[in-house]
Design a protein around this ligand. Structure first.
Ligand SMILES: Nc1ncnc2c1ncn2[C@@H]1O[C@H](COP(=O)(O)OP(=O)(O)O)[C@@H](O)[C@H]1O
Ligand SMILES: [Mg+2]
Length: 227
């Protein structure tokens, strides 16, 4: 007899029905795409969904952006509930710490914050910035980070920024349980966005690129493809 994996809904409209109801809990996912494909919006909606269910969330940014700065943009979306910040959802800026280029210190910081807050949902956005700071240390950092995350009862979304045309950051895809690609394509003069679940352990997921839209109300929305 097979026992179903415990799952939590991603909160991304249209995605959960593609992945048997949600992300395996616990697990580590990579959401990869070029600039403007919706990675940050995906991460924020994932945390807001959790908060609305009484789950706590931890959002690490690598960009040296204070909370107010991020909220100034994010609050344009109707799904962002500002009241959740500093309550259900904690925002941590790792930008300054990154500049010290000490990856053990960075891992300790992440681990300490998780231990302190005990979130069910974690976002690190974008994880690829760490690669720019660490170079040779990046691979061991990723290995240790994903091991660390697997010790916690949480689903983690790592976002990966790629150059346009590059499918996904290869080093990260080995280490994670799931890979979701966000992409943009020029089609008859219009830029169309897509989402593809490339892999998800233990999950019979819908294959192939699915059209996506970003709305003010719900953020990233996966549209039903027409057959
Ligand atoms: N209020 C909004 N309504 C609809 N779409 C929006 C809104 N704000 C941003 N977007 C879309 O979302 C995109 C930004 O997504 P974002 O999550 O920041 O991408 P990434 O993190 O991958 O760079 C913008 O380029 C724009 O197309
Ligand atoms: Mg972003």
């Amino acid at each position: 007899m097979t026992q179903g994996l415990k799952r939590i809904p991603s909160g991304i409209i249209g995605l959960d029905e593609m992945i048997e109801g949600g992300f395996p809990f616990p697990s580590v996912a990579l959401v990869a795409g070029s600039a403007g494909t919706g990675k940050t919006t995906f991460g924020l909606k994932f945390l807001m969904e959790g908060a609305s269910r009484g789950e706590s969330g931890l959002y690490f940014t690598t960009l040296s952006e204070p909370t107010q700065w991020m909220l100034r943009y994010a609050s344009q979306f109707e799904f962002i509930k500002k009241d959740y910040f500093d309550r259900e959802v904690k925002y941590e800026d790792m930008g300054l710490l990154l500049q010290q280029k000490d990856y053990e210190q960075l891992l300790d910081f992440i681990d300490d914050k998780i231990a302190e807050f005990m979130p069910q949902r974690i976002v690190i956005d974008p994880i690829t910035v760490v690669g720019a700071f660490f170079q040779d240390g990046y691979r061991p950092f990723l290995f240790e980070l994903t091991n660390l995350l697997k010790n916690w009862q949480a689903v983690t979304v790592l976002t990966g920024e790629v150059k346009p045309g590059e499918p996904y950051p290869e080093q990260i895809s080995y280490a994670v349980d799931s890979v979701i690609l966000l992409s943009m394509m020029e089609d008859e003069g219009t830029r169309r966005k897509y989402l593809e679940v490339l892999k998800m352990r233990g999950t019979n997921h819908t294959p192939g690129r699915q059209p996506l839209t970003i709305t003010k109300k719900d953020g990233v929305v996966v549209l039903k493809s027409r057959f």
